[in-house]
Design a protein. Structure first.
Length: 302
């Protein structure tokens, strides 16, 4: 019984000041060490005895992880950047608007004040709100470990249900979101049993870039809550890439997205309802993203 109790005891909450101290603590505190960002997932999991960390290493005092900046062709979002910061940032009012829309639906203001985008990714829930948008935008993630950093497409980060490409000794330091030079629009739509404080029955993120002739030069579609992982609907994207979109091609893309989904029955909805909703939500997200891209194309021609 004592051993059992000890296994459940949290011994240390470390607050490193920089990345090298963070990595050092991560590797020296030993097994049962977990990273703590906002704690909105981890705190709940600890209270429910789903995880039993002996040591927590907090990210919040590492200044570098708070970076949020536009470099030449990408926005870099550090691991300590919260949903609320994204909502308030002017960087997410143009082509990257969908990320703001997704962040704005996460829990309550209190959840968003401390919860981070990177925590949303690393928790790897297939029902999370920001991954479909970040997948649609072609985001990449940077992982730092004792041997250095590696960057991989977010689509390769989610491996299987709640399993990611993150190694035990690694930390995700940032997510990079490309900003297209072409007129671009994005959108996020979420269907839930109610509007706030509820994970989705299905959600879709879309991003569309247009050439001067109105043809789609780049497209991304991400799906949430309808497969074991947040997934990119590549067949649906292929229906539209290089074309001037019509009602028929948008419908074909929506059909391809629902065909690619692998939903399950649960207490929120049946698999068949989810599949039908992927169709509806994909069309809705694509139409919104397309309208926004078309507006941006109009502005770029003025
Ligand atoms: C009331 C409530 C409502 C919610 N509603 C929603 C919702 O509508 N939509 C939604 O998507 N989510 C929702 N959530 C879930 C949660 O708020 C989000 O997933 C949030 O983004 C998690 O971020 P965090 O910073 O709190 O992560 P934490 O809880 O600190 O960490 C989550 C996991 O990621 C790991 N981790 C964190 N940062 C890193 C890193 N840099 N590198 C490696 N691993 C890391 C942690 O070790 C932990 O395993 C809700 C939660 C609550 C409590």
């Amino acid at each position: 019984v004592n051993q059992q109790r000890e296994r459940h005891t949290l011994q240390t909450v470390a607050e490193p000041q920089d990345l090298s101290e963070l990595l050092h603590l991560r590797s020296t505190l030993g097994p049962n060490t977990m990273l703590l960002a906002g704690g909105t997932d981890l705190g709940v999991q600890m209270r429910r005895h789903l995880v039993h960390p002996r040591h927590l290493v907090s990210l919040t005092r590492v200044a570098e992880l708070h970076r949020l900046e536009l470099l030449r062709s990408e926005v870099v979002i550090g691991a300590a950047v919260t949903h609320r910061t994204i909502e308030d940032s002017p960087l997410f009012r143009g082509p990257l608007l969908a990320l703001r829309e997704a962040c704005a639906t996460v829990g309550s203001v209190q959840t968003r004040n401390v919860g981070t985008i990177v925590g949303n990714l690393c928790n790897a829930s297939p029902a999370a709100d920001t991954p479909p948008v970040l997948l649609a935008m072609g985001a990449r993630v940077t992982l730092l470990g004792p041997l250095g950093t590696r960057t991989l497409p977010l689509s390769e980060f989610f491996v299987e249900y709640r399993k990611t490409a993150l190694a035990d000794d690694e930390v995700m330091t940032a997510v990079q979101v490309p900003v297209s030079g072409s007129p671009t629009g994005s959108a996020f739509v979420k269907l839930g049993r109610r509007l706030a404080m509820e994970i989705s029955i299905a959600c879709v993120g879309a991003s569309i870039s247009l050439g001067a002739d109105g043809a789609i030069t780049d497209i991304g579609i991400g799906l949430g809550s309808v497969a074991p992982i947040s997934m990119r609907a590549t067949d649906a994207e292929d229906e539209l890439r290089g074309t001037r979109p019509t009602v028929e091609t948008l419908q074909r893309a929506a059909d391809a997205a629902s065909a690619a989904a692998r939903p399950v029955d649960d207490h929120r909805a049946s698999a068949s309802y989810r599949r039908a909703m992927v169709n509806v939500l994909t069309k809705r997200a694509l139409n919104r993203a397309l309208n926004r891209a078309t507006d941006a194309l109009g502005v770029s021609h003025e």
